[in-house]
Design a protein around this ligand. Structure first.
Ligand SMILES: Nc1ncnc2c1ncn2[C@@H]1O[C@H](COP(=O)(O)OP(=O)(O)OP(=O)(O)O)[C@@H](O)[C@H]1O
Length: 300
């Protein structure tokens, strides 16, 4: 069942069209990514989904509710973490959670949530004095305090160091394991690849593709690349004749072979037949990064 339905969403700022006929659906329990370059219209899209902006056209349904007309009902079942939490500097972690809990009919227990998100030790700390990673964890906690069925997380890990980013990713995986549907806005490929079941790639207000991260990478027609040092002389012509092989170049003693399909298996089988070992073998797979560049013209 689709939990979020967006059909031909249209949003203008004055004469500028920020979101242009955007459509996608998110299934129950899915982690769905919205990925795109700066200014693509990602935030505008999620602001329309959470009822913060009224669309100029199209239809949105979140858990069967219209975000603008039924905003109060939606607020009880949708958790939102937008780019800036905008909390007062002096507010303490526990106070923020208790304040937000008071907005909901069936809130989560702030103490239990602080433990779950690794904030228990910071319960009495002021917002301003938290590290970037701790502020983000608090932002996630605030998005979850109402026991939502759907959460929207926008640019969750921007500005975090790699360690803090990984901690936040683990939290998102926990959220998903608890059955909550997650809509994740990001411009980090690695994040989308690691967390998302499916991704909508948005560019200049339009959906360029909706697919699994692996499907997107494949769609960009990316090749695989293998590099190795052969232990004996190679029959280059034989390798070039394989349908999977598209190119073969030497870098000193190292050969680089590009191609598609079962490239690695086919080439290594061919080498094995001649008792040649592929030393220091390195294989690069097509990545979502390549797809992003190919499908958005490389503007980030
Ligand atoms: N309040 C506004 N008034 C006028 N233009 C706006 C407003 N908000 C956003 N825009 C413009 O609409 C376009 C889409 O902005 P939006 O914030 O939705 O993009 P985004 O994909 O979230 O970008 P980023 O990754 O940089 O956060 C941008 O060109 C932006 O300048």
């Amino acid at each position: 069942m689709a939990v979020i339905e967006v059909e031909r969403l249209h949003k203008r700022y004055g004469r500028f069209t920020a979101v242009d006929e955007v459509s996608f659906e998110v299934g129950e329990g899915e982690v769905f990514g919205i990925l795109g370059p700066n200014g693509a219209g990602k935030t505008t899209t999620v602001e329309c989904l959470s009822g913060l902006r009224a669309p100029d056209g199209g239809r949105i349904s979140v858990l069967g509710l219209d975000p603008v007309r039924q905003r109060e009902d939606l607020r009880q079942v949708l958790g939102v973490q937008l780019q800036q939490a905008g909390l007062p500097d002096r507010l303490k972690v526990r106070e923020a959670l208790e304040l937000y809990a008071s907005f909901y009919r069936r809130p989560a227990d702030p103490v239990e949530l602080m433990h779950r998100l690794g904030l228990a030790e910071k319960a009495g700390e002021r917002y301003k004095r938290l590290s970037g990673g701790q502020q983000q964890r608090l932002a996630i906690a605030l998005a979850l305090i109402g026991n939502p069925e759907v959460v929207i997380l926008d640019e969750l890990t921007t500005g975090l160091d790699p360690h803090a980013r990984r901690t936040v990713w683990e939290l998102v995986e926990q959220v998903r394991a608890s059955g909550v549907t997650v809509l994740l806005v990001t411009h980090f490929m690695e994040e989308a690849e690691r967390l998302c079941d499916r991704v909508a790639l948005i560019d200049r207000g339009r959906v360029v593709a909706v697919d699994t991260p692996a499907g997107l990478a494949a769609r960009a027609g990316q090749q695989q690349r293998m590099r190795f040092r052969p232990s004996g002389p190679l029959d280059e012509e034989l390798l070039r004749a394989l349908p999977e092989v598209a190119g073969l170049v030497w870098h000193g003693p190292v050969v680089e072979i590009t191609g598609t399909g079962n490239l690695v298996q086919v080439v290594t089988a061919q080498l094995a037949r001649r008792q040649i070992i592929a030393a220091d073998l390195r294989v690069d797979q097509a990545s979502l990064d390549d797809a992003f560049v190919a499908l958005t013209g490389g503007r980030e």
